[in-house]
Design a protein around this ligand. Structure first.
Ligand SMILES: C[S@@+](CC[C@H](N)C(=O)[O-])C[C@H]1O[C@@H](n2cnc3c(N)ncnc32)[C@H](O)[C@@H]1O
Ligand code: SF4
Length: 452
């Protein structure tokens, strides 16, 4: 990878889990009433099929690299009231539906879902299905912390239909683990992975990160080699997102100059990628890998990959309801985010109010650009036909793209854009060329992590 290209394109930029990205949501177009209308429309268009993201925000100990919404506590008595509130929130949505919802996907994310006891997680899932049914080809997954995922968690969730689990691993080096305040030996990850396999989970995923403080090439090599001893079906190989300005995220305990950046950081990714590919993993979209036989790889080959707030998925559902503090929902026509503070969230639900505090209703142009950005993030290509003539700024976009073309990152031919191998590290930058909000107003404050 050319160092000068990395220097040129390493700028702050969104990760495009949504378009428009959260900082550009226009809350003046949004209201709780509009959100309900949009949910009803989407529910009927999707014949009652939907995905559920459920946010379980508690963790026992703070990892100082973490950018997720979490609350650090050891008070397990908080579990039951939180589960109760989640089920009350679900009921607020059920009031909007005219038929029984069919749940296609559930993802338990966090925070740490395995902070909660297996019994409480069972109550949650049973509560969801008191007034809902499973869709035919459902997929349920959860995030487990290898240090506290027990056989009971795995067995209970398996019995409820869960077949996918992802474990946070990050890096196996002790110095790095101390810097990020997360001591987690290989034996713990192996035990949790072996247990999941024995019980019958068909897809195990490990989250690794490149660009952590003090991380060097030899650490990435060792972490990937250890990971390859366990051969998880999927691997997320995230770029460390350094966003210390986000209030309360707790990214501290190391200095800016302890973090690898630019070329040095990208080399860590390229090294990891090479090792994974040698062992038969296929790079998926931006920062994921999967074994050839995995459904994610097959979906990518068939150009059927999708991406939502939960990451890459084979499931196409245009309606995702996010339950829990800080969760984001997507009706395809609108986004909405729940309040982040757990007490405020609980209070609103108790008062019978869907606890969204901001959102965005997508207009025609948003919907078209959203499709292009999804195509690029999932399939590394997109095309624009005459039906996109609403996309008034197209000539300017094409001009912006010509620079990528000159640098050999993309090829454009008759309205079709293909990201070349050389362009893969810069997919976020290429998406930025389509982002009308970034064009209209360059953010003054720091909002996004660096693209490389
Ligand atoms: C909610 S955690 C996973 C579950 C559990 N809490 C754990 O830590 O094992 C989700 C994942 O997001 C990733 N993540 C969190 N903060 C990140 C950051 N600043 N940059 C990149 N990835 C991050 C980590 O890989 C982490 O495993
Ligand atoms: S990485 Fe996981 S366990 Fe650590 S603080 Fe973040 S959500 Fe909690």
């Amino acid at each position: 990878m050319s160092n000068s290209l990395i220097q040129k394109y390493n700028v702050p930029g969104p990760r495009y889990t949504s378009y428009p990205t959260v900082p550009f949501w226009d809350s003046s177009t949004f209201s709780s009433e509009k959100w309900k209308t949009s949910i009803k429309q989407s529910f009927s268009e999707n014949n009652g099929e939907l995905s559920l993201y459920i946010h379980l925000p508690y963790c026992e100990s703070l990892c100082t690299f973490c950018g997720c919404h979490k609350r650090i506590t050891k008070r397990h008595e908080l579990e039951s009231p939180y589960i109760k509130t989640l089920l009350e929130e679900w009921k607020l949505y059920l009031f909007l539906f005219e038929t029984t919802p069919k749940v296609k996907e559930i993802h338990l994310g966090g925070g740490t879902p395995t902070f909660f006891s297996a019994e409480n997680l069972k109550q949650l899932i049973d509560g969801i299905f008191k007034y809902a049914e499973k869709a035919d080809d459902y997929e349920f997954s959860f995030e487990g912390h290898p240090n506290n995922t027990t056989k009971e968690h795995l067995q209970t969730l398996y019995n409820l239909g869960f077949r996918r689990v992802s474990y946070g691993v990050q890096d196996y080096n002790l110095e790095i683990q101390q810097a990020i305040h997360r001591i987690q030996p290989f034996e713990n990850v192996k035990k949790a992975t072996d247990l999941a396999r024995e019980i019958g989970y068909t897809s195990i995923s490990h989250d690794l990160i490149f660009g952590l403080p003090f991380q060097k090439m030899e650490h990435v090599v060792d972490t990937i080699n250890k990971t390859l001893l366990l051969m998880p079906e999927r691997i997320a190989f995230y770029s460390y997102a350094h966003v210390p300005w986000v209030k309360g995220n707790g990214q501290r305990g190391f200095d800016e100059y302890d973090i690898p950046k630019g070329d040095e950081k990208r080399t860590l990714y390229e090294t990891g990628k090479k090792l994974l590919e040698e062992l038969g993993y296929v790079e998926i979209g931006m920062d994921h890998f999967a074994l050839k036989r995995d459904s994610l790889t097959m979906a990518m080959n068939e150009k059927e990959l999708h991406r939502n707030f939960m990451g890459y998925t084979t499931q196409k559902t245009n309606m995702m309801i996010g339950l829990g503090a800080s969760s984001i929902s997507d009706s395809w026509y609108a986004f909405a985010q729940n309040v982040k503070n757990i007490e405020e969230y609980s209070q609103l639900v108790e008062e019978g109010i869907i606890p969204v505090f901001r959102g965005h209703v997508l207009d025609k142009e948003d919907l078209i650009i959203r499709k292009h950005i999804l195509n690029l993030m999932c399939n590394l290509q997109t095309s624009w036909e005459s039906s996109d003539s609403i996309f008034e700024d197209l000539p300017n976009v094409v001009t912006a793209l010509s620079e990528f073309e000159n640098d050999g990152l993309i090829s454009i031919c008759r309205g079709r854009l293909i990201v070349n191998e050389k362009g893969r590290p810069f997919v976020r930058n290429i998406c930025m060329a389509f982002d009308m909000y970034l064009k209209k107003s360059k953010p003054e404050n720091k909002l996004f992590s660096m693209t490389v």
